[in-house]
Every structure is written in structure tokens, then in C-alpha cells.
Design a protein around this ligand. Structure first.
Ligand SMILES: *[C@@H]1O[C@H](CO)[C@@H](O)[C@H](O)[C@H]1NC(C)=O
Ligand SMILES: *[C@@H]1O[C@H](CO)[C@@H](O)[C@H](O)[C@H]1NC(C)=O
Ligand SMILES: *[C@@H]1O[C@H](CO)[C@@H](O)[C@H](O)[C@H]1NC(C)=O
Length: 355
């Protein structure tokens, strides 16, 4: 049943990809005509996230991401005519930027609240009730959904008919460590620290990062992690949809199997195949999990099965703020124009379980 459902979702996804490629092709094909018809959407970024600015020269969304009629600007002079004004939460919270509450707000202009942090880091938010129309976040129910990464379909590699051997998948070899973890800010109160402390009693965990004064450069990160059978993709807090680059980049792109600590298993399964990761909740105890990791590393065929998804999917990371901003234009016309977030914190805290 679940499998059938997944297949349907996959087919729907494939169709929509094909459809959007078709539409994209159409819009490129009918360039001159379409550009006249399509109203531009102007997106004003009020301040750059973490004060790192990037160039907005040229038609960024069209040239880089195939999204037409989308004008990105960071010039405050555009405020009176901007369709959407984007506010990144971190700078508001630390008073490095403020909302232009003193300016007359054009009646159709939408204010968009942007954050990729967990609810615990964003709080408090009550001061922003009733000000924002839209949200942009890793939450699937945000108005503009911007995940840290996603799996995208790829053309299947040619496997001879009837030959379903798992060894055909590219399982990176040369593994020298059982489990690895990269941590820069260690807090003993974090759930992930508690799991680590118990896990290392059972199996050796190779730790990198600022916490142990073994930082890894960007160039060294993936080659180093690729030598581990398992990567501890432990999020700093457990909240709805909060699944970061620890899964997409550090685990999947590095070619290792993630052991995840974050939202419940079902939340991960909404985004990645059920057999692509190990969840801390899959076990009665951390000790049991440690023994399982040891067994799995000694069973090449079973270990390889965790890489089966590579045959049909590639990992796509989202790291560029400009690409995220362009997504606003992609969804602009289907978003609720009259929406107001009266309880932003209530929304940001999510539902279902607490962090
Ligand atoms: C949209 O913006 C582009 C680039 O600034 C401009 O050349 C074009 O005329 C605009 N289109 C409309 C319909 O305003
Ligand atoms: C395996 O790892 C070792 C240690 O980093 C390295 O010297 C060796 O070249 C690697 N072998 C392969 C086949 O990648
Ligand atoms: C956007 O939110 C503001 C603040 O609550 C509200 O006054 C305005 O009507 C909303 N915009 C639209 C177009 O509904």
C-alpha cells in the first residue's frame, strides 16, 4: 500500500518535472511574446542573510535557474513598487536590521518572513504577529518551501534485465571508520550529545569539527566523511521538517549512510526513501543501535542496499540565497494573496511534536 502510494507520488513528480521542463521550453521558445505578456515580479531583499551580499547583476533568475520575469533587488529605493519584500529573521532578531514600519506599505505588497533555522533559535516571534503575509522556510507547509536539499530523478543506469544485484550501485569503498560525526558547537544538554555519549561506549565514533579542534575545510569535508560507514546526521534540535545539510551533503553526497536524529522517521520518509537512512528511533536503545551498525558494516550486501536510491536519484543541494529568492516568483501566482500570519510563533513552532 505504502509502496503503491510512493510509486504514484513518484509518477506524479516525474510528470510535473516533465511538464515544467515542457513549460520552461515553451517560455524560452516564445521568448519575445511571453516576456510582453508576463508581468515582472519584483522581489526586494531588505537585508542580506548574515550580512553576506551576492551580486544581483543581470536577469539572475532566468539565466541561472530558468525562472522568467523575476526581478531581484536589494535596493531600498524599490520599496514603493516591490511586489514582495523579504526579511531574513536572524538580523531582525539581533536588531541588525529592522522592519520599515515607518514607510507607507503599498496595499498589494507582500511581506515575507524568511528563516532556515529551527524554532528554538528563532524564538521569540510574537513581536511579528500580523505583519507578514508569507513565509519561506524548510517547512513543507511554508508558502515558499526551500528545503536544504532534495532528491531529483535521474536517468536509470543501464542494468541488464533480471540482474538486480545491489553491487551494481556505486558504494564508495575504502571505508576506514565505522561512525563519524562533525560537530562545531557541542552542548551537553542537546539530545544529540546524549546519544553520542552513549553510542561511543559501544562503538568507536570518529569526531571532527571545532569542538574537538579538528575542523575540516570545505575541500576536506566530503573526502573525509566518505571514509566512514555511517555519518551521525544529528540535528541540533528535533522539529518538524528540520532536516539540514547534515543529511543531504554530509551523508548523501559524501557517500555514507546517515544515522539520523531529528524529526520522526515518517517525516524523513516524506522526503527520502525509507531504506536510505537509519533512524535513532528505530532501536530500543542506543546500545542496540551501536551493535546494529557494527553488524551492518560487516555485511557488504546489506550495507549496499542503503545506496539503492542512487540508481534513480541525485542529490540537489540548495545553498544560494538567490536561488531561494527566485522560488518566490515560481510560486507567486499560486500563493494566497490575502494571507496574514497573526500567530507567527505558533506557526513557526510547528505541530505534532515539541523540540
Ligand atoms: C520585465 O523586466 C525586464 C528587465 O528589467 C524588462 O526588460 C521588461 O520590459 C519587463 N517586462 C514588463 C512586462 O514590464
Ligand atoms: C584509501 O584511503 C587511504 C587513506 O586516506 C588513501 O591513502 C588511499 O589512496 C585510498 N585508496 C583508495 C583506493 O581510494
Ligand atoms: C499583508 O499583511 C498586512 C499586515 O497584516 C495586511 O495589512 C495586508 O492586507 C496583507 N496584504 C494583502 C495583499 O492581503
Amino acid at each position: 500500500m505504502i509502496l503503491a502510494l510512493k510509486h504514484k507520488i513518484f509518477i506524479v513528480c516525474t510528470c510535473s518535472v516533465v511538464l515544467s521542463l515542457f513549460l520552461l521550453d515553451q517560455s524560452f521558445g516564445g521568448k519575445a511574446v511571453k516576456q510582453q505578456e508576463q508581468q515582472n515580479v519584483t522581489v526586494l531583499l531588505w537585508h542580506w542573510p548574515f550580512h553576506r551580499a551576492y551580486s544581483l547583476e543581470g536577469d539572475v533568475c532566468r539565466e541561472w535557474y530558468g525562472i522568467p520575469s523575476c526581478i531581484l533587488t536589494d535596493s531600498h529605493a524599490a520599496f514603493p513598487h516591490a511586489d514582495v519584500v523579504v526579511f531574513h529573521h536572524h538580523e531582525l532578531k539581533y536588531k541588525r536590521a529592522s522592519l520599515p514600519l515607518h514607510l507607507p506599505r503599498p496595499p498589494t505588497q507582500k511581506w515575507l518572513w524568511l528563516s532556515l533555522e529551527s524554532p528554538a533559535i528563532n524564538r521569540p516571534l510574537a513581536a511579528y504577529d500580523g505583519l507578514f503575509n508569507w513565509t519561506m522556510s524548510y517547512r513543507r507547509d511554508a508558502d515558499v518551501f526551500v528545503p536544504y536539499g532534495e532528491l531529483v530523478p535521474r536517468a536509470p543506469s543501464p542494468v541488464p534485465a533480471g540482474d538486480e544485484r545491489h553491487d551494481d550501485y556505486a558504494v564508495p569503498g575504502n571505508k576506514t571508520h565505522l561512525a563519524c560525526w562533525v560537530v562545531s558547537r557541542y552542548r551537553s544538554g542537546h539530545e544529540r550529545s546524549k546519544v553520542y555519549q552513549r553510542l561511543k561506549q559501544v562503538v568507536k565514533v570518529q569526531v571532527y569539527g571545532r569542538w574537538v579542534r579538528r575542523p575540516l575545510s570545505v575541500a576536506d569535508l566530503l573526502p573525509t566523511i566518505s571514509r566512514c560507514y555511517f555519518y551521525l546526521a544529528f540535528e541540533n534540535s528535533q522539529s518538524l521538517d528540520y532536516i539540514t545539510e547534515k543529511l543531504w551533503r554530509n551523508s548523501f553526497q559524501a557517500g555514507t549512510v546517515p544515522v539520523v536524529l531529528g524529526p520522526p522517521r515518517g517525516n524523513y520518509e516524506a522526503l527520502v526513501p525509507a531504506d536510505s537512512f537509519i533512524h535513532v528511533d528505530d532501536f530500543h536503545s542506543v546500545e542496540e543501535m551501536g551493535r546494529f551498525l557494527q553488524q551492518l558494516a560487516g555485511d557488504p550486501r546489506r550495507y549496499a542496499s542503503y545506496f539503492a536510491w542512487h540508481r534513480l536519484h541525485d542529490v540537489k543541494l540548495y545553498t544560494d540565497w538567490r536561488e531561494r529568492l527566485c522560488q518566490i516568483c515560481r510560486h507567486y501566482r499560486s500563493l494566497d494573496p490575502g494571507k496574514v500570519y497573526h500567530d507567527l510563533e505558533g506557526w513557526a513552532n510547528g505541530t505534532g511534536f515539541e523540540s
